[in-house]
Design a protein around this ligand. Structure first.
Ligand code: SF4
Length: 206
């Protein structure tokens, strides 16, 4: 199932998501404080391995895939290994590979869910502490970015794409192992260069 085409389809969805969630944050009073990465500190962030396919191929292309896999195997239940913390006490941190972050990271901050008791929304605790947060903000007035709606859009790529959520570092292990195996297979099945003429083959043999 691993392919560059699949990764590109996921990346295209990510571009759409970033725009919708970003527009929503822009027109509401809910904008993340600069340099805040506290939401990434949670050790129980979970995602589906295929959310990390663009990330895994990016790591492969950069020659970092094996190294990151080895690290992820030792950090299975720890916080996300892409989090670079500059100050533990204040929670100043950044994502080392932000452009390739999975779907769940794009829906952080503010998102909405269709719950059993009706529509529900969640707002990050840190956002509520900012000066720009207006407590009487009415989400019903806004075009809320619903997580389920976006999950369904991923199903148009593949119905099982977002199945089997596990903690983020474990998801990374799963997808990196698949990508490294796929890469090995690709290289093994590459056709050797054929001789164009008897003359060139003879030369090689001599
Ligand atoms: S991938 Fe990046 S944005 Fe997502 S949890 Fe890890 S550090 Fe945070």
């Amino acid at each position: 199932m691993i392919s560059r085409e699949l990764s590109n389809s996921i990346k295209m969805k990510y571009d759409e998501i970033s725009k919708v969630f970003g527009d929503f944050q822009g027109k509401s009073t809910l904008t993340c404080p600069p340099g805040c990465g506290k939401c990434c500190f949670k050790p129980d962030i979970s995602c589906a391995p295929y959310e990390l396919l663009p990330m895994a191929l990016h790591l492969l292309d950069q020659g970092r895939a094996e190294r990151v896999l080895a690290k992820a195997l030792t950090l299975a239940h720890e916080r996300c290994l892409f989090l670079e913390v500059s100050d533990e006490s204040t929670g100043k941190a950044r994502c080392s590979d932000y452009e390739y972050r999975p779907f769940i990271c794009r829906a952080f901050g503010v998102s909405a869910r269709h719950g059993k008791k009706g529509d529900d929304y969640s707002i990050c605790r840190e956002l509520k502490k900012t000066d720009s947060y207006v407590p009487d903000f009415n989400p019903a007035d806004e075009d809320l970015p619903y997580i389920e709606v976006w999950k369904k859009r991923f199903e148009t790529i593949d119905p099982k794409l977002l199945d089997a959520e596990v903690p983020i570092n474990q998801a990374l292990v799963v997808i990196l192992e698949k990508v490294l195996l796929w890469d090995t297979f690709q290289k093994a099945t590459e056709q050797p260069q054929e001789c164009n003429s008897d003359q060139s083959c003879d030369k090689e043999e001599n």
